[in-house]
Every structure is written in C-alpha cells, then in structure tokens.
Ligand binder design. Structure first.
Ligand SMILES: NC(=O)c1ccc[n+]([C@@H]2O[C@H](COP(=O)([O-])OP(=O)(O)OC[C@H]3O[C@@H](n4cnc5c(N)ncnc54)[C@H](OP(=O)(O)O)[C@@H]3O)[C@@H](O)[C@H]2O)c1
Length: 295
C-alpha cells in the first residue's frame, strides 16, 4: 500500500511514539489524546472527515489492565466504541485501518503458542474491551489489519522494563512472577515491522495477525535478563538487587487476571508478509543500548 496520508492516534503512547518517528516516508498526521479524545465520538468523526487519511493506524487504547476492572465503561469506550467509529469513518473514505490488539484476548490455558484461529476467551475487562474492538472493526468490513501484540516496552513511556530498572536500583529484593509465559516486544521493533508491513500490504488481505517478538519467557525471565544486560553494560546507577526472586501468580494478586500462557505464534505474519520481528532478547538489547547511551 502506498498511503498518501496516514492518521496516527495515541502518539504519546509507546507504540504511537515509536511509529511517529519511524513512519518518516509518509505524510503523517499524529494526534495525541489532547488533540483527539477517543471517548468523543463526534470529535473522532470530525477529525477523520477533515484529515481524510487513506490509512489510519490506531495504537491508542485504554491500557491500564488492572484499573479497567473498575472502569469498564471507559475501557469499552476507548477500546471498543472508538475503533468502531474510526472504522466506520475510514470505510466512508475508502480508507484502510491498522488496529492494535492484545494477547489478553486469550484465556492462557493453551500449552503451546496461540495461532490466530484459536478460540478467544478474554479473562479481564481490558481483554474483553479489546476483543470487542476487534469484532467491531471486522464487522465494518473495510480493508483492515488487527495486530495482536504483547508485553510492550521501550525507552519511551511507562512499562515493565523501566519499572524493573527503577526498582532494582532502589531495592535489594525483587519478587517477580515466574509462572506467566509471554513475549516481551519492543515498541521500536513493532514500529519497524509495521513500516515494512505498510509497504507490502495492498489492502486485499484483511484479518488478525499476531505481531510479537520471537521466542518467549516469563516476567521473571524478562526481569532477570534486564538486570543481566544492565550489569553487563555497566550502566549507572549500579543496581542494588540481588538475583531476581521468582514467585507465583498466587503470591502476587492483581485485580485483573492475566493469561498463564500468552505466547503468540507469528507464523502467519511471516507466511503472508515475510515479516518476522527480532527475538525478544535482541529487542531488549537494542533498547538497553539506547538507555546506556543516555545514562
Ligand atoms: N502495553 C502493552 O504491554 C500491550 C500489550 C499488548 C497489546 N497492547 C496494545 O498495543 C497498543 C499500543 O499499546 P501501548 O503500549 O503503546 O499503549 P500506551 O503506551 O498505554 O499508549 C496508549 C495511548 O493511548 C492514548 N489514549 C488513552 N486514552 C485515550 C483517549 N481517550 N483518547 C485518545 N487517546 C487515548 C494514551 O494517551 P495518554 O498518553 O494521554 O495517556 C496513550 O498515548 C494498544 O492497542 C494496546 O492495547 C499493548
């Protein structure tokens, strides 16, 4: 696809910010929440009618997984209704939509990585709202891609990686859940792969694609690798944490339940588009190098 004008939402988010600095070959109109509040349906319609994009990329979302349990209306408005309205307006302009979704649409009970045709069964308000967004986009019937990604982190924004670095420099003991499997995926890897995807996609193939880094680990494995790479790069301030301590989900109760297995098989992405994101360790290394340069 060779879009003339791309409307990009959520530019202050992890993925939106990475996309804004990576989609440099295109005319991009990037909108933050201040410029376009996705709870305002009229404002969405008006913005799209004025901007007239031929492609909309929508990484904006309500992503506070635990808070969503007590703010389901808000999560639904941003994650389900807004994508529907965006899709409806895009369809009127004969435009296409690339929408982001999540591993949390699955219940996590499968023992091997999920494929796109596996049954969905979200266990949290957040997961349900994101699934409703997927269904709404699909129902509109415009050319669309729904990219399910997972465990997003990066140098920009709030995320697990940054929490681990901060906590490890403050505390000697860090307890991290070791019985949830998934794939950390860096926002810059997502952005690079999405640019490649936009170049190849002709709008004919619509549907859901898994869109994560390669390989898998646990939150504990991810945290341990962060600490290992941080020390190996001799970054400052030196970490206080002793080896990260593995705990179980039962030891760390949260309002929203998380899938035990949220590993996604990316074979469809590679078969259809020839695109594969780097391994999660490679992704982590390049983000850590970014941090090292700045520290
Ligand atoms: N983060 C993850 O681990 C993860 C995992 C799987 C899938 N995903 C999906 O991947 C996509 C990108 O996630 P991300 O990590 O980049 O999320 P993020 O860093 O939380 O960014 C989300 C963006 O959405 C914006 N937003 C929230 N409410 C809004 C509203 N009412 N109107 C307009 N914008 C609003 C936020 O604005 P403010 O900056 O003003 O708050 C923020 O910029 C999302 O679809 C998410 O569901 C994320």
């Amino acid at each position: 696809m060779n879009p003339q004008r791309i409307l990009l939402t959520g530019i202050n988010g992890q993925v939106g910010n990475a996309l804004l600095s990576t989609l440099t070959d295109y005319e991009v109109v990037g909108l933050s929440r201040n410029e376009l509040d996705l709870t305002n349906v009229d404002a969405i319609r008006q913005a799209i009618r004025e901007i007239k994009p031929d492609l909309i990329v929508n990484p904006a979302a309500y992503t506070a997984v635990d808070k969503a349990e007590s703010e389901s209306d808000m999560a639904h408005a941003i994650n389900a209704i807004a994508p529907q309205v965006i899709a409806e307006e895009a369809a009127k302009l004969d435009s296409a939509l690339i929408h982001f979704s999540t591993d949390y649409v699955y219940d996590g009970h499968k023992s091997t990585p999920y494929i796109e045709t596996d049954a969905v069964n979200p266990q949290s308000v957040y997961g349900k709202s994101k699934l409703a967004g997927e269904e709404a986009v699909r129902a509109v019937g415009l050319p669309h891609l729904i990219l399910r990604t997972s465990w997003v982190y990066g140098a920009y924004g709030h995320n697990f990686l940054k929490s681990i670095i901060r906590l490890s420099s403050e505390k000697e003991q860090l307890d991290i859940v070791a019985d949830q499997q998934g794939t950390p995926t860096s926002s810059t890897n997502i952005a690079t792969a999405l640019v490649a995807l936009i170049k190849q996609w002709d709008g004919q193939e619509s549907g859901v694609f898994h869109f994560t880094s390669t390989g898998s680990t646990t939150w504990y494995g991810f945290a341990s690798e962060v600490v290992r790479q941080y020390a190996a790069m001799q970054m400052q301030p030196a970490l206080k944490v002793q080896p990260v301590n593995p705990i179980t989900t039962a030891d760390y109760l949260t309002p929203a339940s998380r899938p035990e297995n949220s590993c996604l098989d990316n074979d469809k992405l590679s078969r259809v588009f020839g695109i594969a994101l780097p391994t999660w360790q490679e992704g982590l290394q390049s983000v850590m190098q970014d941090f090292a340069l700045k520290s």
